[in-house]
Design a binder for this molecule. Structure first.
Ligand code: NDP
Ligand code: BG6
Length: 490
């Protein structure tokens, strides 16, 4: 059984979609595994008027278990509820009293985790009142968990950070990027730094290019009003893609600790070339889906303006100006309403300098590049493409794949990202959270692209649902005499 962790959780936005769909089920998984046992308490809060019992019933329902499931019933008995408007200063006194009672009842040693599952505009207000009204005055730890988005550009992110920093120091702030809680994203470090074979080749001498694809089959669904003010660049590139890229590009950390890993990620992001206007126009492509079979165009989705120029697709080329990566581009792409739902990283190695098998009498096809593919989701695994001899007489070569996929049993046992991340917050381990410096360098890079796009009117819509984005995304890479490893109709 896992070691027990002790804390009070206060979920602001405790009746929201994220809380019911992800956070409480993840907490329940931690309970079943023993990380949460007797010494934990939860206060849910929002403006909705609910009694403790009503809230407990809602949480129980969100767990997807039978109403009579004894373990689930015991779990929700640790939950309480306080109706509260986060802008109402006086109410923090009521919350403090309730928190102190919970602390006493479940023997929580004053440990507190404030989870802000709220619109970002409230983050600064809540953080300020938590401190000024004494909720953080305990003998235990105080940590604050912040949901995305962390700002909408560098300036707003900086303001937000300054507001948070008045109440919490960087070590107490846990900025969620749920991709960092994914099993295979964490595997990037294991594969890179656990294998001489891989790490010794992990540089511009041997790697031709790296491709990161986060493809989504669904459209904006019911989140259109948020998404239309964000777009794929802010929603996926600034956070998830930049985090993945920094793990791929960073140097080996001095030790496997949050401080050393973050330091290397920041160094990598610092060497990412921030584009000028011409570079941003050439190296980034945006898209928006039009209509498809039984599918409305983005501009016809509910709550989307008919003349919206919001990006539902982004592809780009990233260049690191450092000794390891100079000359080796990282190509990235992400979008809604694409061919399939998957995330993968393709590392394309350089071909042998001399292809000794490709002499005229041999009629052999030229050697293909070795490719290491990390399948992040939905089927976690790796594949390494090598060239080998075909069976039989003569000497022909063909590409073969060495594959490893996580089996169904292990896959089922893999913790959900939020389960892993909540556990890390209880441990006080910031490895899989975004530090302020990482966030700020990512915004500086993305802001330049955004600024250039804001000056130009795009020709939207420019891709069909079920495709892999606009033709310009292919041109971005074929122009460099390369191809996406994952492409339709190969
Ligand atoms: P919802 O709109 O579903 O929930 C918002 C919550 O905030 C509700 O509980 C709402 O309750 C509460 N709330 C709103 N205004 C106030 C107020 N003035 N005082 C107190 N409580 C208030 O949002 P989500 O759960 O979807 O998202 C929450 C956060 O998580 C956001 O930052 C979002 O960007 C982020 N996020 C969400 C994801 C998701 O899948 N849902 C994915 C990634 C990030 P009430 O109105 O009753 O007060
Ligand atoms: C979220 C974005 O951060 O990630 C969503 O806001 C996106 O727009 C989601 O759909 C994708 O996450 P996952 O884990 O389903 O790949």
């Amino acid at each position: 059984m896992a070691a027990e962790r002790t804390s009070l959780f206060i979920f602001f936005g405790g009746t929201g979609d994220l809380a019911y769909r992800k956070l409480y089920p993840s907490m329940f998984n931690l309970y079943k595994k023993g990380t949460l046992r007797e010494h934990f308490g939860v206060i849910g809060t929002s403006r909705e008027k609910l009694t403790d019992e009503q809230f407990q019933q809602n949480v129980l329902k969100s767990l997807g278990t039978a109403k009579t499931d004894k373990e689930a019933v015991k779990f929700v008995s640790h939950f309480g509820y306080e109706a509260h408007d986060v802008t109402d200063k006086a109410h923090y006194q009521v919350m403090k009293k309730r928190a102190d009672e919970m602390d006493k009842k479940f023997k929580l040693n004053g440990n507190r985790i404030f989870y802000l599952s709220l619109a970002p505009s409230f983050f600064g207000t809540v953080a300020g009142y938590l401190k000024s009204e004494g909720l953080t005055d305990t003998d235990g730890f105080d940590r604050v968990v912040i949901e995305k988005p962390f700002g909408r550009d560098f300036d707003s992110a900086q303001q937000l950070n300054e507001a948070l920093s008045k109440s919490f120091d960087e070590k107490q702030i846990f900025r969620i990027d749920h991709y960092l809680g994914k099993e295979m994203i964490q595997n990037i470090e294991a594969v890179r730094f656990g294998n001489t074979l891989v790490e010794s080749l992990w540089n511009n001498r041997y790697i031709d290019n790296i491709q990161v694809t986060l493809s989504e089959k669904l459209g904006v669904e019911e989140r259109a009003s948020y998404y239309d003010n964000s777009g794929a660049l802010r929603d996926m590139v600034q956070n998830h893609i930049m985090q993945i890229v920094s793990l791929l590009a960073m140097e080996q950390p001095v030790s496997f600790t949050d401080v050393d890993i973050r330091a290397e990620k920041v160094k990598a992001l610092r060497s990412l070339r921030v584009y000028n206007v011409a570079e941003a126009s050439t190296n980034f492509v945006r898209g928006q889906y039009g209509p498809g079979d039984n599918q409305r165009a983005y501009r016809d989705e509910d709550n989307v303006p008919h003349d919206s120029n919001n990006d539902t697709f982004v592809a780009g080329k990233l260049l690191f100006d450092n000794y390891r990566w100079s000359g080796t581009p990282f190509y990235i792409r992400t979008g809604k309403m694409l061919a399939d739902k998957f995330t993968r990283v393709d590392v394309v190695f350089k071909k042998p300098l001399i292809d000794i098998f490709s002499f005229p009498q041999n009629h052999n096809a030229p050697l293909e590049a070795n490719v290491l593919t990390m399948y992040i989701e939905p089927h976690a695994g790796f594949s390494l493409r090598l060239n080998a001899k075909t069976n039989g007489q003569g000497f022909q070569t063909k590409p073969i794949n060495l594959d490893y996929f996580v089996d169904a049993k292990d896959s089922k046992a893999t913790p959900e990202p939020y389960e892993r991340l909540i556990h890390d917050v209880m441990k006080g381990d910031g490895t899989n959270f975004s530090s302020w410096q990482e966030v700020s360098y990512a915004w500086r890079f993305v802001d330049q692209i955004r600024k250039v796009w804001d000056l130009q009117k795009p020709e939207f819509p420019n891709y069909t649902p079920g495709s892999m984005g606009p033709a310009a995304a292919d041109e971005l890479i074929t122009r460099d005499h390369r191809q996406w490893v994952y492409r339709l109709n190969k």
